[in-house]
Design a protein around this ligand. Structure first.
Ligand code: ASP
Length: 451
């Protein structure tokens, strides 16, 4: 019985996703998504929209405090402060390496298939590019002028910088800072409880998010861009199941099968929110409690990865570059493609994991290699769905690198990693409050009042 119960959240989330796809398709294919219809106004853009947005807000609400407290705990619990530099160096190198491999394979696959050749739809394209901050500004912005403002804006790199510096300073101060460190530990545990509470409503929210996305999708566009979509999805799957799993096995010896089994929940969250950033709480919970990665590593590698590591996005950029170059009959050549690889890797550092950011990065890449930015308009219609899929690949890359770094630093509990049931979330358990604990808390509060 308890086994069945334990399975419940993962199964329910997957069920929510499947139902969301079915309902979304029914609404889409029957034309019930037409503007002005009851279903479109009140169900898709009413109920589904509100539930989905509320849920994404709830996830985002957790990101900043969770990263802040877990990083303080991570730094203070690291045991050897030199490890901090090593974890930073290794994860940066691995994130960049996987992104570069991702885009290189994507270009290779797309060139092999010759997608976009002979297509003549260029005249219809419309897309205005946005300005990207130069790399120098990205570097400057890592140091926050005002940490509170960075937290209010959810700017991950300055938050990471401030939290690490705070943790290191606490360590230097020693005994005096002990109660602060203990406070951060408790706050971190409280945040993790909040993650559990919010995850327990995920099946319904995932249903609403996916049903809305699919019902508003241009399925007819999907057919006309079948070549682009097919090659892109193929390249994404290749990276997820082959490249990342080889990297995991070679660098850590960990079992790819176990990884793929346990990462599913994170992928569904990423798929339905299309945001690596909003998925941070779920990624963090999964790598620590299901994979056994110590918080001293995960607290850094997960938010860092959500910000700088975008394998799926890089793959989209590679495939889109080849596609649009072919549509416009532009010959990029080896040097053009090398520039694309370099630009994509650099662009991924400065952009946060939020929905649709990949297209903005793409416009920067296009400008650099002289491709028409308005060409991006051609793939705009299918980008939401592609964004959902590539975000699932992005977060899988974050979890892969977190596991490799943790394993290499001896900060991974293999008994947790190899136990298929470890850290599984049970909806009822997540919301449970022990009667005895409740009574104890009540007595404690009353005692303070009487003082
Ligand atoms: N939505 C992606 C992410 O959050 C970024 C993108 O490709 O647009 O990782």
């Amino acid at each position: 019985m308890s086994e069945v119960k334990k399975m419940s959240l993962t199964v329910k989330v997957l069920l929510g996703m499947a139902l969301g796809i079915i309902v979304g398709l029914i609404i889409n294919l029957t034309g019930m998504n037409a503007p002005g219809t009851f279903i479109n106004e009140y169900i898709v853009n009413g109920l589904f929209h509100v539930i989905g947005k509320m849920f994404v807000n709830a996830l985002k609400m957790l990101v900043v405090p969770l990263v802040f407290f877990s990083l303080i705990c991570g730094v203070c619990g690291i045991g050897d402060i030199r490890m901090l530099g090593r974890v930073g160096g290794k994860s940066f190198a691995l994130y960049m390496m996987t992104t570069a491999i991702a885009i290189a394979t994507a270009i290779l696959i797309a060139v092999t298939f010759g997608i976009g050749k002979g297509m003549n739809i260029a005249t219809k394209a419309e897309f205005a590019g946005k300005e990207q901050p130069p790399l120098s500004q990205v570097l400057i912005d890592i140091i926050p002028k005002n940490p509170i403002a960075s937290m209010a804006n959810g700017d991950m790199l300055p938050i990471i910088f401030f939290s690490i510096l705070l943790g290191v300073s606490m360590l230097m101060l020693g005994k005096k800072a002990k109660s602060f460190i203990e406070g951060a530990e408790i706050a971190n545990e409280i945040m993790m409880k909040m993650v559990n509470i919010i995850m327990s409503v995920a099946p319904y929210a995932v249903f609403a998010l996916i049903a809305k996305a699919i019902s508003t999708l241009g399925l007819d566009l999907l057919a006309s861009l079948a070549g682009y979509v097919g090659v892109l999805v193929g390249a994404l799957m290749f990276h997820l199941f082959i490249t990342l799993m080889i990297v995991l096995k070679v660098f850590s010896g960990l079992s790819p099968a176990m990884f793929l089994k346990k990462i599913r929940n994170v992928q569904v969250f990423a798929f339905s929110t299309a945001s690596s950033n909003a998925t941070i709480p779920v990624t963090m919970r999964t790598v620590t409690e299901r994979f056994g990665v110590n918080n001293s590593v995960a607290s850094f590698t997960v938010p860092f990865g959500a910000t700088i590591n975008m394998d799926g996005t890089a793959i989209m950029q590679g495939v889109a570059t080849v596609f649009i170059a072919n549509v416009y009959n532009v010959e990029l050549g080896i040097s053009g493609y090398l520039t694309v690889i370099l630009m994509s890797v650099l662009a991924s550092i400065g952009t946060a994991g939020v929905p649709g950011v990949g297209l903005i990065m793409l416009s920067m890449v296009f400008t650099q290699v002289g491709l028409p930015v308005e060409g991006i308009g051609l793939i705009l219609g299918v980008d939401r769905l592609m964004d959902m899929i590539r975000t699932a690949v992005n977060v899988s890359g974050d979890a892969t690198v977190s596991s490799i770094v943790a394993k290499s630093e001896g900060k991974m509990d293999l008994s947790i990693y190899n136990d298929p049931d470890a850290g599984m979330l049970d909806t009822d358990e997540a919301l449970e409050i022990d009667d005895a604990v409740e009574a104890e808390m009540k007595a404690a509060v009353e005692a303070t009042h009487q003082k």
